[in-house]
Design a protein around this ligand. Structure first.
Ligand code: 5AD
Ligand code: SF4
Length: 412
């Protein structure tokens, strides 16, 4: 082997990572970057310079997945000649597993959200680098390659060159302690993973698993480590943060502990579920001086019939009472929400219920989505019976209404 090629081989490999979807994915990408940095990889903002391209993906709506499929295709076209290794990770990886390779043959490996700690070793394997990874946690001294290494008999030889890891359950705690945060001042801190609510439209419990709470001592330790690195603002993350429970510590107790951490200036949390939201939480928002006076409380619909079909576990009245309570206790508190329009069987009168709930509550902001059928979910059993034009019409109407409300609130 010539000297030049040897030098080239020893050069650090460059990674490009693109994140789709929610803040949980943003944090997962940071976790991955932290683990890969420890192994000596470099990062680039240019896909064309990358040896490895990672897509951290979202499955919450069809549209989010469509964007990823088209990006994979685009990258392949742009990089004809020098072919990068492409890895697809996150919720789509879990949703489609090895089927990804059939639709996107240029993808080399697929890693689900509960297997992200294995990524460095997988990349090492795919790139053919023989270095012993020291920092990737392994269970009971085993190789992490439990799946994808030995395809089932009958699999085509095509699969022999592919790796897929989608069987993980518990993330090793160490992955949250690499100290890698995108921002110098602000950090996302995961307090719980997954969700056990099974809202009938939502793919999250299927791709991210049931609710798992991190130990509060580990959470506080991570925040303290982040503060030592100069972080002053924190967002606590989870699909349903107010269901947090660990060794007698609930979410409100956790907020109190975070509030008392020296060096922390400000913190907030997302996302809350109305059925787990209590007066105690509102009091904490009002009283804890570092906690932002801000609550994101997804209502999804203003119709009791639709809320029931969505398996949300509360009624319109329950939600409106919560809002009253919040506004009484948290004076001047910001309130935002999520809405889904065009859920199966949503009549004009159900939709009117959502419209007048928005008029009544006057949220500071609302994120409005058209219903999208998701695999595995209960709602797939219902006929997705609203034509796309009707969903689009309702979506446009609610967007327009909320735009007016947000504008008039901001002018005051
Ligand atoms: N279709 C449309 N919107 C959805 N959301 C979740 N699942 C779906 C779906 N199948 C929305 C909800 C949730 C937000 C994160 O995404 O409003 O609160
Ligand atoms: Fe999905 Fe409902 Fe869990 Fe939110 S609470 S992640 S919408 S199942």
């Amino acid at each position: 082997m010539s000297k030049e090629s040897k030098t080239y081989k020893n050069m650090p490999k460059k990674i490009y990572i693109r994140t789709f979807g929610c803040q949980m994915n943003v944090r997962d990408s940071e976790v991955i970057c932290g683990l890969l940095k420890k192994e000596g990889y470099k990062f680039t903002d240019e896909p064309k310079d990358a040896d490895v391209i990672l897509f951290n993906t979202c499955s919450v709506r069809q549209h989010a997945e469509d964007k990823v499929w088209s990006e994979i295709g685009r990258i392949a076209r742009d990089r004809s000649g020098t072919v990068p290794v492409i890895g697809l990770i996150g919720c789509m990886a879990q949703n489609y597993k090895e089927k990804i390779f059939e639709r996107a043959p240029n993808v080399s490996f697929v890693v689900g959200p509960s297997d992200i700690h294995k990524i460095a070793e997988i990349i090492e394997k795919v790139l053919g680098i023989s270095k012993q990874a020291g920092t990737v946690p392994k269970k009971r001294g085993q190789s992490p390659f439990v799946k994808g290494q030995s395809p089932k008999s009958g699999d085509s030889p095509f699969f022999l060159r592919k790796i897929w890891e989608t069987d993980g359950s518990i993330r090793p705690e160490e992955i949250y302690h690499t100290g890698f945060y995108e921002d110098k001042e602000h950090a996302y801190v995961v307090i719980s993973e997954g969700c056990s609510n099974f809202c009938s439209y939502c793919v999250v419990p299927y791709v991210r698993g049931g609710l798992r709470n991190r130990n509060y001592k580990d959470i506080l330790k991570e925040i303290e480590e982040a503060i030592e690195k100069g972080i002053t603002k924190i967002t606590l993350l989870g699909q349903n943060v107010n269901a947090y429970q660990c060794d007698g510590i609930n979410f409100v107790t956790l907020l109190n502990s975070v509030n008392s951490l020296k060096g922390l200036k400000e913190f907030s949390f997302i996302t809350s579920h109305p059925k787990d939201t209590s007066t105690d939480l509102f009091k904490a928002i009002a009283d804890l001086e570092k906690l932002k006076k801000y609550l994101h409380l997804p209502v999804q619909s203003g119709s009791d019939k639709i809320l029931k079909l969505m398996n949300r576990g509360y009624t319109r009245k329950f939600y409106l009472d919560l809002v009253d309570n919040y506004r009484k206790i948290v004076k001047g508190g910001i309130l935002t929400t999520d809405i889904i329009v065009g859920f199966p069987n949503e009549t004009e009168s159900d939709f009117e219920g959502t419209r007048n709930l928005l008029e009544e509550v006057r949220f500071n902001a609302a994120y409005i989505f058209k219903y999208s059928t998701r695999p595995h979910t209960e709602a797939t059993k219902l006929d997705d019976n609203l034509p796309l034009e009707e969903k689009e019409k309702r979506h446009g109407e609610i967007l327009e209404l909320q735009k007016k409300i947000s504008k008039s609130k901001n002018e005051r």
